[in-house]
Every structure is written in structure tokens, then in C-alpha cells.
Design a protein around this ligand. Structure first.
Ligand SMILES: [Fe+2]
Length: 175
């Protein structure tokens, strides 16, 4: 899929566990806006902002650089270009809005260690006019997706059969 790259089996089992445990201990804030539309700001997402120290603790940088070598976005995936890192938390039934990230490349990592496809929790990517879905990624533990932030996308929250908390980590890079 143009502008979307999928890398499975990103981290070792031990490393994944460390990131999952770190995610659960993170301090979350209310107010990550998906959309600039004011009427869509009434249910802001829960998120935790990771600084460089947090990134160092989860040791994700070197594995990401390995992936970057294989990526069409490799010029963007540098520490100099890293603008922010956000741990997103989604609860069953949460509302997420379709959005883009202007002039950004995103690296999205699925943190939860186990996932049943029947729980939902997919990431949807749309065509430019948001009329059709061009790519769907089921929530796939240990998957990293690198994507052009200009592609409209959204999260579908898990259903109530799924876990209480769906964790993803997103790193935003300038293009
Ligand atoms: Fe996004």
C-alpha cells in the first residue's frame, strides 16, 4: 500500500514485555485531539507524552533505526526529525476521529501482547477524500507501521470483549 509500510515481529518477546509494563505505568493526560473541528473535541483521547528519557528507557530507538534502513521514509526517521512521541490509550467504546498529521511521517507500534481479532481495535486508512478504506491493519501485537501522515486514518476502539486498555506508541517525524 503506497505510503504505508508494515513490519511484523518488530521486537523480542522480552523487550515487548518491558514496553507493555512501562505503558501500564505511564501517566496519562486527557486531551489528545484527533481533529481540529471544535465539535469533535468533546471526547479527547487519553495519552501519555514520552520525552527522550522515556524513549531511552523503552530502548526502541535502535530497533527503529534497523527498520528505517528498509523503509522508503528512511530520510525522515532520524532523531533530528523526531518531533514527538505519544502513547495512546483507547478504552472500549472510545470515539476516535479521522485525521491526518501534516508534514509528518508516523511510526506506530501495537503494544498489547495478545489480541483476538474479534475484539476489533483496527487502524483504518482512507483514500484522500475519505470515501473508501484503502488499508486496514488489525490490531497486531508487535507490529510496527510506518506511514505518511498525509493519509487520513483513524482508530476503531476495541469492543467490550477486548482488553480494558489498548496501547499504541506513535512517533512523529518531520517529512
Ligand atoms: Fe494519527
Amino acid at each position: 500500500m503506497k505510503g504505508i509500510e508494515v513490519f511484523d515481529n518488530f521486537l523480542t518477546h522480552d523487550h515487548r514485555r518491558h514496553i507493555f509494563e512501562t505503558a501500564q505505568r505511564s501517566l496519562f493526560q486527557i486531551g489528545w485531539d484527533d481533529s481540529p473541528e471544535l465539535d469533535k473535541k468533546h471526547q479527547p483521547c487519553l495519552h501519555s507524552r514520552y520525552n527522550l528519557n522515556d524513549l531511552k528507557n523503552i530502548e526502541i530507538w535502535n530497533p527503529l533505526l534497523e527498520i528505517a534502513k528498509k523503509s522508503k521514509f528512511k530520510k525522515s526517521l532520524t532523531l533530528n526529525n523526531l518531533k514527538e512521541t505519544v502513547l495512546n490509550l483507547t478504552k472500549p467504546g472510545d470515539i476516535n476521529y479521522t485525521h491526518t498529521h501534516y508534514k509528518r511521517v508516523t511510526a506506530l507500534y501495537y503494544i498489547n501482547p495478545t489480541w483476538d481479532i474479534e475484539w476489533g481495535g483496527e487502524t483504518l486508512f482512507f483514500d484522500d477524500q475519505v470515501k473508501n478504506i484503502s488499508f486496514v491493519s488489525p490490531f497486531t501485537p508487535n507490529r510496527l507501521i510506518i506511514a505518511d501522515g498525509a493519509i487520513p486514518h483513524t482508530i476503531k476502539a476495541q469492543n467490550y470483549g477486548g482488553p480494558a486498555y489498548r496501547f499504541t506508541l506513535t512517533m512523529f517525524f518531520s517529512k
